[in-house]
Design a protein around this ligand. Structure first.
Ligand SMILES: [Ca+2]
Ligand SMILES: [Ca+2]
Length: 244
């Protein structure tokens, strides 16, 4: 089929692809979890890259990325089911200037109900397990019946944690209010919300469109899709072959 296309058309498609690959936003996420988490990058239906993990709630970790608008950040987490539990964080899109705190609707959570053996590494088995749970949640067939909202507890600085440097005072500790957790403030008192849990946020999230689950109908004006990127890649490869 490529033989019927002109070199000019191929060059136009190749240019489109190059423009898309250059369209990445500078992202900074700063967070901590009581008690532990592992951070992954992926897309809407899979975790593809393990970034790191931390099991020390008094420390705030910051991560910087250049990510496409259709990328997602996933945070696997589990508590020790004792005293308190929570996620405190902020997501900053340094390209657009947007900032979303843990209690804002851009962040979502789901419960796997699988118990203590959460995926905390970049092994193939862990990436496959997390991706399967993401897909189950996308279809609504998991214990939390899809992706849910957090319930906010105290703001940064509140007991029992105190002030966490590196995260704004406007951010609040949050957790999923389910299972044995207090429905009005699931961060206080040891409980099990159906762990392990997964948090996520879309790089393409905006104040007006918090959960851009379907990029093709999103209000975000961006043409990128996997199909278009794949077409551009194939045509760019064809162009290279023709020039060779
Ligand atoms: Ca930490
Ligand atoms: Ca705890």
């Amino acid at each position: 089929m490529t033989s019927t296309l002109t070199a000019g058309a191929l060059a136009a498609f190749a240019g489109l692809f190059i423009a898309q690959t250059a369209h990445a936003d500078a992202i900074r996420v700063s967070m901590t979890v009581d008690n532990a988490y592992a951070l992954f990058v992926g897309d809407r239906s899979a975790a593809t890259t393990f970034v790191g993990s931390d099991g020390n709630w008094p420390s705030v970790e910051s991560y910087n990325f250049n990510l496409a608008r259709d990328a997602y950040l996933y945070v696997v987490t589990a508590s020790d089911l004792s005293q308190a539990q929570g996620f405190l964080g902020q997501f900053e899109n340094l390209t657009t200037g947007d900032k979303f705190y843990s209690q804002n609707p851009q962040w979502q959570v789901m419960a796997t109900g699988l118990g203590p053996n959460a995926p905390y590494t970049g092994s193939t088995a862990d990436l496959q397990l997390l991706s399967k749970e993401i897909q189950d949640a996308n279809g609504g067939g998991n214990p939390s019946q899809g992706w849910r909202s957090f319930t906010a507890g105290g703001a940064n600085g509140s007991s029992p944690w105190g002030a966490m440097a590196g995260i704004d005072a406007l951010a609040s500790w949050v957790w999923y209010a389910a299972g044995s957790c207090n429905p009005t403030n699931p961060t206080q008192g040891g409980c099990d919300a159906g762990e392990w849990l997964v948090f996520r946020i879309a790089v393409g999230a905006t104040p007006e469109n918090p959960i851009p689950d379907n990029p093709s109908t999103s209000t975000v004006p961006e043409p990128t899709s996997f199909a278009m990127a794949g077409l551009g890649l194939a045509l760019a490869a064809a162009l290279r072959r023709r020039k060779a």
